[in-house]
Design a protein around this ligand. Structure first.
Ligand SMILES: [Zn+2]
Length: 258
């Protein structure tokens, strides 16, 4: 039995029984923890805002028999702009689903807390939350050990020419245009990447959070990166993320109305 004080982000909040909530909170020291917030759904509860999805707060937790219970909380940032913007909300909900999937088997998954802090802030504030979400999921997968190999040709090791590269999903890597390299691969799901997209991906993978999400891309490269990111995620996680389709529909809808 113990008391713990920790900062954390609510990654998921599920209602259960009469007025309670079950929270998944991402914390710096304890990784992802599951906590009950009793009475949090009630209008009078002081835990009402602190148990809402994506809120950042300082929590006082009671720990007993491998269970956490929220005793008190101080909201630091309620991320209110998210709740008024369906596109941003869908983006962050999608990213939360990915983080929960990755942390299911390893709740302490490295770097998840600082990653979420930067990514959720950028999705809330950046003018292009769809691009940020696609960059963020690639960055997260890379840090969890699934970085795509795009630094040079997977087969011959040479730098890519102006022709760009062809990404082979089955090999998690990119290959140059030489026939001798391409014939090694056989049939596989592929995607061609321009030199500009390769440079943007390298910048993303090799830079810290405070720099890597700040990119100004041409429309063509933005499209290529989003397309690559969506397909790479599906390939690595072996799962279709349905909120990605929603994000695409929302974006198409907006563009159709300009
Ligand atoms: Zn090669």
């Amino acid at each position: 039995m113990s008391f713990i004080k920790t900062k954390g982000f609510v990654i998921q909040s599920i209602a259960y029984r009469d007025s309670n909530r079950l929270l998944k909170i991402l914390t710096p020291e304890h990784g992802l923890i599951t906590c009950s917030a009793q009475g949090a759904k009630s209008k009078k509860s002081t835990l009402r805002i602190a148990s809402s999805p994506f809120v950042f707060a300082e929590y006082e937790l009671f720990y007993y028999r491998e269970r956490y219970r929220v005793q008190a909380a101080n909201v630091i940032d309620a991320f209110l702009p998210l709740m008024e913007d369906i596109k941003r909300l869908t983006c962050i909900s999608h990213l939360a689903e990915l983080v929960l999937d990755v942390l299911r088997d390893n709740s302490k998954g490295k770097t998840s807390y600082p990653f979420w802090a930067y990514a959720s802030y950028k999705i809330t504030t950046d003018q292009d939350p769809v691009l940020v979400t696609n960059l963020a999921q690639l960055k997260y997968l890379s840090e969890q050990g699934f970085a795509p190999w795009i630094d040079n040709c997977l087969i011959c090791g040479k730098d890519f020419s102006e022709e760009g590269a062809r990404f082979y999903f089955a090999k998690y890597g990119a290959i140059c245009e030489q026939d001798s390299c391409r014939k090694n691969i056989g049939s596989s799901v592929i995607l061609d990447l321009s030199l500009g997209s390769l440079a943007a991906l390298m910048y993303l993978i090799h830079n810290p959070y405070e720099k890597c999400f700040n990119m100004h891309l041409s429309e063509k490269i933005r499209r290529e990166i989003i397309n690559f990111s969506e397909r790479y995620l599906t390939y690595v996680m072996e799962k279709d993320y349905q909120k990605l389709d929603m994000i695409k529909s929302l974006e198409n809808f907006e563009r159709g109305n300009i």
